[in-house]
Ligand binder design. Structure first.
Ligand code: SF4
Length: 280
């Protein structure tokens, strides 16, 4: 059994929260630049270049990529041979968020109650997805999730008869409805299967997949390719100003389903697709 003090989780979350907000993953920036080369619309090209430039300046000057520094979504994988000591893991994550958002001067966006809410003042509580995995390491992935793109995400409990075609229609319709408010170009996270709760988690988890990485199942990868082509035919374009680059990537995660259900969830991610990772 390997002992890991939860203080280490706090330190890493504090660091990741600042890094994630200022340092767009290289793959996303590269995808923006490559899309600018391909984009047919002059305005679209200009927007894509500006977004890539914005990411570069944010990294160099340690400034947030966007004013919406997000809900702190933290994926924690704990190896089953790890013994976490020194406190509660959820408290440790929240303390990391508290420190990171204070030290990084990041906007605090969380209300303590959905309709009587006042700002918690430190961007807590985080959304923590905790998973037990083989091994003796702790893996942390920090995703600041902006409200604009989250608001355009949708879930449908389709009928089994709707099948893959129904899922395709729902994904395309969701991207179309998302429009400029969700700050395209998007990364589209899709979950198919499981239950009402599981499918939403799958769609969120799909967003962790780096751009350019297909699902390991060939039939799912094929569906990802088809969806990317289809959403880019919509003509929404960068920031909704028209063009061929509505999405940079589509990632689909699947799960077994009940014979009577065909759940589909679409989690829209804007161009500020911020994720940072650490392994303890
Ligand atoms: S949707 Fe994304 S880019 Fe747009 S304001 Fe929100 S976090 Fe920023």
């Amino acid at each position: 059994m390997r002992e890991v003090p939860v203080q280490r989780i706090t330190e890493e979350v504090a660091r990741l929260s600042q890094e994630a907000n200022c340092d767009l993953p290289e793959g996303v920036e590269k995808a923006l630049r490559e899309a600018a080369e391909r984009e047919e619309s002059p305005v679209g090209r200009e927007v894509l270049r500006s977004l890539a430039e914005n990411a570069l300046i944010a990294r160099q000057d340690r400034m947030p990529i966007c004013q919406d520094t997000g809900f702190s979504v933290v994926f924690v994988e704990v190896g089953q041979d790890v013994h976490l000591v020194g406190g509660n893991v959820y408290d440790a994550v929240n303390e990391g968020v508290r420190q990171g958002y204070r030290e990084g001067f990041l906007r605090k966006s969380i209300l303590d109650h959905p309709w009587q809410g006042k700002n918690t003042g430190d961007n807590t509580p985080a959304i923590v997805h905790l998973d037990i995995v083989p091994g003796d390491r702790v893996r942390l992935r920090f995703m600041p999730k902006g409200g604009g793109s989250e608001n355009k995400s949708r879930l449908a409990m389709l009928r089994p008869a709707d099948g893959l075609e129904g899922a395709r229609r729902f994904v395309i319709e969701t991207v179309e409805k998302a429009g400029p408010d969700a700050c395209p170009p998007f990364i589209v996270g899709v979950g198919i299967g499981g239950t009402f709760d599981k499918v939403a988690f799958l769609a969120k988890k799909a967003l962790l997949r780096p751009i350019g990485t297909f699902n390991s199942r060939p039939e799912v990868a094929e569906f990802e390719r088809e969806l990317l082509v289809a959403v880019n035919r919509l003509g929404l374009g960068p920031e909704g100003l028209g063009g061929r680059t509505t999405a940079l990537w589509v990632a689909v995660e699947v799960s077994p389903r009940h014979i009577a259900s065909f759940p589909v969830a679409v989690n829209i991610q804007c161009h500020a697709a911020r994720v940072k990772e650490a392994v303890i």
